[in-house]
Design a protein around this ligand. Structure first.
Ligand code: AMP
Ligand code: GLY
Length: 427
């Protein structure tokens, strides 16, 4: 089977590595990919935003199945267009992808399906939004409705900060994404990411992970795409997983099926685990990055088979087996990220890091130049290790990170800190 993978991040490198281990795979292409993916797939210079070009490539090269990594092509309807052209793809169509494309869409679905989430208001004019903030008080969360690359959310600790966020949205700070604003109560607890795969009817839980969104140690500094993750996470034990499935994931899948717009693909729930149970913060309609770099190294089932079963509506009876060990990944980013950063600096030591037992080096923003690997983005590498505990996985991952020689790069030194602290106190 010839698979075309769309994307260029650490997530896609991890997906490519998992697809490679499937006996069903005969050829793997990736558009646009990166220097790490180039070692295990053929890179294709096709712009994923140009749906006609993607379709033409699939037809010319006999692609049997398209796997889409990032949200933008899903929200833009790539799966719809591929399906109209008779090409099978993994991921949701445009309408159910609104779960990620519009926060208001998700909040309304939560109301319709009785899914636990923060109380909210939705506004298309600044005056009404300001009045709501004044009425509810702080802390309060202000969100641009549309896709804003993770930057459209302000968790405001004061009314003034919330009002400023409202004004920023309506004055166009997030472009079209901020034409509508969702304002919601602040949830309190520990965050977790939960992943499930569905064919629109049946749902299979995959696993939970914990991301580290802030750029600095101790969860300080600005938000990023994610600086590291580990899986599984102790806040989502078996009982919590059942609640997440019963109270959040399954009602979502049922609701979308009932509407006649079934969700096919990976559902990624961003959750707050509050004292009285899980609350939905947001949905993503794809695998997470860097969560995929810890989920897939643990997956012992055939990813390609699971994705095909999802796309072909025959997920029932499948199982997803995971290694019991913990996987922990550390993201190495270019100095300056998530602000301005330089591209094109040389990275050495990757082979030495990758040769360590239970270690995988995933490339994100990398390119090859004159036989060397150079940085080509903000988040550049995700270095994953498997261990018998979070502490062990953490030690192995940082051992690998320390083999990488890249003067222009930095990473957090405390990925997994919450779980490591619990392991130390035995709690
Ligand atoms: P989102 O883009 O919706 O995932 O929001 C980004 C981050 O803002 C989340 O990962 C949370 O840390 C935080 N956040 C969003 N909504 C809430 C909420 N209602 N209560 C507390 N924190 C929130
Ligand atoms: N790690 C968060 C995301 O993929 O959106």
């Amino acid at each position: 089977m010839h698979v075309l993978l769309i994307g260029s991040g650490g997530r896609e490198h991890a997906i490519a590595a998992a697809l490679r281990s499937s006996p069903k795979l005969t050829r793997l292409s990736c558009a646009p990919g990166n220097a790490g993916i180039a070692e295990i797939a053929e890179l294709v210079a096709v712009d994923p935003a140009d749906h006609a070009a993607v379709i033409a490539f699939c037809k010319a090269e006999g692609v049997d199945f398209v796997v889409i990594g990032p949200e933008a092509p899903l929200v833009a309807g790539l799966v719809d267009d591929l399906s109209d052209a008779g090409i099978k793809a993994f991921g949701p169509k445009k309408e159910p992808a609104r779960l990620e494309g519009s926060k208001a869409f998700t909040k309304e679905l939560c109301t319709e399906a009785g899914i636990p989430t923060a109380a909210y208001g939705r506004f298309s004019d600044a005056e009404a939004a300001r009045a709501y903030v004044l009425d509810r008080g702080a802390p309060i969360v202000v969100k641009a409705d549309g896709l804003a690359a993770g930057k459209g959310v302000v968790v405001a600790t004061s009314v003034e900060e919330a009002l400023a966020a409202v004004d920023a949205c309506f004055s166009g700070a997030f472009g079209a994404a901020g034409a509508e604003v969702v304002i919601e109560d602040c949830l309190v607890g520990e965050e977790a990411s939960f992943f499930a795969i569905t064919d629109g009817i049946d749902v299979l839980p995959l696993a939970a992970a914990q991301d580290h969104k802030r750029v600095g140690d101790g969860d300080t500094g600005p938000n990023t795409g994610g600086m590291g993750a580990y899986s599984p996470t102790p806040v989502v034990d078996d009982a919590m997983e059942m609640r997440i499935m019963d109270e959040i994931i399954v009602p979502t899948v049922r609701c979308l099926a009932k509407r006649g717009t079934p969700f096919v693909g990976v559902l990624f729930a961003g959750l707050m685990i509050e004292a009285d149970g899980p609350k939905l913060i947001e949905y993503n309609v794809r695998f997470g990055d860097p969560e995929t770099e810890v989920l897939l190294p643990r997956l012992r089932s055939d990813l390609l088979e699971l994705m095909l079963a999802s796309a072909e509506g025959r997920l029932s009876g499948n199982i997803a087996n995971f290694d019991e060990r913990t996987a922990l990944t550390v993201v190495m980013a270019a100095e300056g990220y998530p602000g301005g950063y330089r591209k094109g600096s040389r990275i050495d030591g990757l082979d030495e890091a990758a040769a360590l037992p239970d270690v995988s080096v995933f490339h994100a923003g990398t390119a090859a130049r004159d036989g060397a690997i150079i940085s080509n983005g903000g988040r550049v590498l995700a270095i994953t290790a498997l261990g018998g505990s979070v502490s062990q996985a953490q030690a192995k991952a940082y051992d690998a990170v320390d083999r990488v020689r890249w003067p222009d790069g930095f990473c957090r030194r405390d990925i997994g800190w919450r779980a490591v602290a619990r392991e130390k106190t035995g709690g």
